[in-house]
Ligand binder design. Structure first.
Ligand code: HEC
Length: 133
């Protein structure tokens, strides 16, 4: 008797397992509307930050050295409302600012940095993707 129902039960179990897996996959998109940069862009951005040494003026999560203090700490930067107190914190504004701060925010004391527009986007991705330690 029991044996006759066993195949059906295992099929139901399998369907439940598949449904559970689909649910996990469906949960992949970010739960909120924060910027979620790709891992590749974040990795490239880190390389750029290290190459041009943004850390000589900024404390930046994930960059161990240098940890300069001429500029504001970038810890928790993804939660900052305005970039340098002036620009809405959007990926486009951030990329423009980190490449050429004085052109983006007149009077900014952060010097223009020797990075391409694409590199600036990767840097912005890193700043949005970093987790504070
Ligand atoms: C020579 C020192 C110096 C270097 C190098 C430098 N910065 Fe800055 N940075 C500053 C200063 C000073 C400010 C504040 C500017 C202002 O308020 O206009 C600033 C502001 C910022 C801000 C805005 C912070 C906030 O809280 O709104 C970001 C983001 C930033 N820098 C990222 C970078 C990145 C990324 C690099 C490397 C590509 C970099 N900086 C290189 C000095 C520097």
């Amino acid at each position: 008797m029991g044996e006759r129902y066993a195949p059906t039960e295992s099929r139901i179990l399998r369907q439940l397992a598949v449904a559970a897996l689909l649910k996990v996959a469906a949960c992949k998109p970010p739960p909120d509307d924060r910027v979620m940069p790709s891992a590749d862009a974040v990795e490239r951005g880190k390389d750029v930050i290290e190459r041009v040494s943004c850390g000589s003026c900024h404390v930046i999560p994930g960059i161990d050295w240098p940890r300069g203090r001429a500029g504001p700490s970038l810890e928790g930067f993804d939660d900052v409302g305005l970039i340098a107190g002036a620009l809405p914190n959007t990926p486009g504004n951030l990329a423009a600012f980190v490449r050429d701060a004085p052109a983006t925010k007149p009077g900014s004391t952060m010097p223009p940095m020797p990075i391409s527009a694409a590199e600036a986007q990767d840097v912005a991705a890193y700043l949005y993707g970093m987790k504070d330690e």
